[in-house]
Design a protein around this ligand. Structure first.
Ligand SMILES: *Cc1c(COP(=O)(O)O)cnc(C)c1O
Length: 393
């Protein structure tokens, strides 16, 4: 075929991704268009980022008006969007203090630093982290150190020391790794990248109890499963198990690069102080105008109620497919974060979906991952099912 932009990119970008040979140009609602005008139903949302779909009028208007006013200030100053976004986000997350970052990875770095500083302030001598097998927390040296996938870690060792891995949804395994040096436990309430595994309620409750008993901080990574995807604003609210520190990113800005970590007053008051942590861009007026408008839209357009309703329909459709299609082994997931365990090579099926005009992604090797914009309707679920069935044939 020979596409000019693919050639340009291949010759200039570092080869760190196996990209699909598609140049995306435009988005509208829950559809994307490539540079040849081909239309795709989007069930990936830029990896759980574009939750409100593309071209949401209020979102576009808020960003445009902020661009015209002020894009950047540095964190030496206050700004109206940052003040409003922080206040809204802290309320939605039921946390006391928020720090804005530029990505999920940076939110993880901040959360790990806050936990270490807390131990330092308390002079507890604690520094170890317990993370989960099959977890994913990002690609920086700190984030990769707590990521439960050896392929991501080994080439970059030595990483930060004092990290132990336990089995997800196995309380005994977590218990066995705890000692008097354990400073924090980090968990995704629903594992994404690792294969779409929701936590068991008893597991999270059990870990919370262990943390309370041993004076350990509980960190939840809500970067992928947060912001309405589970049917609650944050997945922990669905489980009723509150962390001490939580990380957010992806959908909080609906596409502008922004993340955050938040914490309780107890952690905030005993951890990061002026000089301990910072960022030049983090929480600038542009991204905060986005976060603020996204949160307003969630409230005013009843996004959570919609997610709960459409989830029932999506799950029924996927259950039916799982029961009837010999190439599908199982369904896992919660809300609009769903995985199908396939008996066929998943990349083959994804490629066929692309041909059919459906964008889906993979997780953990043999899982087809569905992360649609939260605003999908029944007709989009039906269209996805038709295309997916063809791709599975
Ligand atoms: C995507 C992701 C990250 C990393 O976020 P980036 O914005 O890519 O740095 C961390 N944790 C989880 C659970 C994620 O899904």
């Amino acid at each position: 075929m020979g596409n000019q932009y693919i050639e340009q990119a291949e010759n200039a970008l570092l080869h760190t991704y196996n990209r699909y040979q598609i140049v995306l140009e435009k988005g509208e609602g829950v559809y994307l268009y490539d540079d040849e005008g081909k239309k795709y139903l989007d069930f990936a949302a830029g990896i759980a980022v574009c939750s409100l779909g593309y071209g949401h009028p209020r979102y576009t208007k808020a960003l445009k008006s902020q661009v015209e006013r002020l894009v950047h200030t540095s964190n030496l100053f206050y700004s109206k969007p940052a003040a409003e976004a922080a206040e809204r986000l802290k309320r939605a997350a039921q946390m006391d203090r928020v720090f804005f970052t530029n990505s999920g990875t940076e939110a993880i770095e901040g959360a790990l630093k806050a936990a270490r500083k807390y131990a330092y302030t308390k002079q507890s001598g604690k520094y170890e982290f317990i993370a989960m097998n099959h977890s994913f927390h990002g690609r920086s040296m700190g984030a990769v150190a707590v990521t439960g996938n050896e392929n991501y870690r080994t080439p970059f060792e030595p990483l930060i020391s004092g990290v132990k891995f336990a089995e997800y949804n196995n309380l005994e395994s977590v218990k066995a790794k705890i000692n008097d040096k354990t400073c924090a436990i980090i968990i995704e309430p629903i594992q994404g990248e690792g294969g779409v595994y929701p936590a068991d309620k008893e597991f999270l409750e059990g870990v919370r109890a262990l943390c309370d008993e041993h004076d350990i901080l509980l960190i939840f990574d809500e970067i992928q499963c947060g912001m309405g995807r589970s049917g609650e604003m944050f997945a922990w609210q669905k489980y009723g198990v509150k962390p001490d520190i939580m990380t957010m990113a992806k959908a909080i800005g609906n596409g502008v690069p922004v993340g955050a970590f938040a914490m309780t007053e107890e952690v905030a008051g005993n951890s990061l102080k002026p000089g301990d942590h910072g960022t030049t861009y983090g929480g600038n007026p542009l991204v905060c105008a986005a976060v603020n408008e996204v949160l307003k839209i969630f409230e005013e357009e009843q996004i959570l109620e919609h997610v709960r309703k459409i989830t029932t329909y999506l799950e029924e459709s996927l259950e039916k497919l799982t029961a009837e299609n010999p190439n599908v082994e199982a369904r896992r997931g919660m809300g609009l974060m769903q995985g199908l365990v396939l008996k066929k090579p998943v990349q083959e099926v994804i490629a066929k979906c692309m041909e059919e005009g459906l964008i889906v992604i993979s997780a953990g090797g043999n899982v087809l991952r569905l992360l649609p914009p939260l605003v999908i309707m029944k007709e989009h679920v039906d269209e996805m099912m038709q295309k997916l069935e063809k791709a599975l044939a």
